[in-house]
Design a protein around this ligand. Sequence first.
Ligand code: ADP
Ligand code: MG
Length: 329
Amino acid sequence: MFARPQWVILLLLVVAGLVWWRAPGGERQLVRTALIMGTLVELKVFGTNEDELERATAAAFAEMRRVEALLTSYRPESEISRLSRAAGPFIVSEETAALLQRGQLLARQTGGAFDLTLGQLKQVWGIESDRPLVPSQAELQAALTAIGPEALQIEGRSVSKRSAELQVELGGIAKGYAVDRVLEMLRQAGVTSAAVNAGGDIGLLGAKQGQPWRIAIQHPRKTGELLTVLPLVNRAVVTSGDYERYFERNGIRYHHIFDPRTGSPARGCQSVTVVAADAATADALATAAFVLGPQQGLRLLERLPEVEGLLVGRDGGIFQTSGLQREEP
Ligand code: ADP
Ligand code: MG
């Protein structure tokens, strides 16, 4: 009796219905990667129209390259490099002025642990060059002279440095800012679910197929082991650690997050993960809490609204803010 045509038609209708139901709108995931800001950037987007997703990811990567060209201190023609060379007041774009203002606000909120004026320190340590070195005390003192948040004044688009030598360095916030811009481009393109990971600076748009994104946080010492998993929706999560870019001399690890009080790499933490509403804030706060060390860093993150954090101290002790939601890996 199954051979009767009406049954065959009914069966076909049921199968067609099931296929249609299984793919409501046919949502797909597109993953694209690119090398930008010296790091591998991974972009994951969900949507129904593959062509639109391709266009949106291409525009997002282009935006990230634009931000890099504007803010990097590795290219002599970037706005930040020209500002660093300027002797007198220097006019920057609205965008750069706004980001410098945000950096200055974060400098105040963190008691100067986050500091945009540390460019010379990076140079004397050669920390991201092929030949990093431990500078002499005299060199360190010279690089620390006349730096600090108060050495940078921003009025409208006009930026003044207290000394011509002052080197502005946005390395502690630029990647987070670029991640925020990526999410904004995707939002404008109509994307409602996406994740961008720029070497540990992660921005999340919406949820992942109706569930929170599950963000795995790496253990700073045990390679391949996870510290925890954070379930997150519409958040940014940024990790600063001493384990990605560093060199060792006489058993001491030197890395690229500087304590503005000493001019040397901060010693209190192995890693700091910060969750915040936007990646620029999370990026700067992760750097600042790393500088402050686990106790003071924890107090800072606890005090700020809409901010959570997880800190690993120099001896491996784990500290977390009271509102942090975590899952076992
Ligand atoms: P990553 O680049 O690995 O994401 P961070 O976000 O912590 O790490 O940024 C480190 C960069 O921030 C350094 O390369 C330097 O440019 C800058 N930086 C280092 N120390 C400080 C500090 N105390 N305040 C602000 N920026 C800093
Ligand atoms: Mg940072």
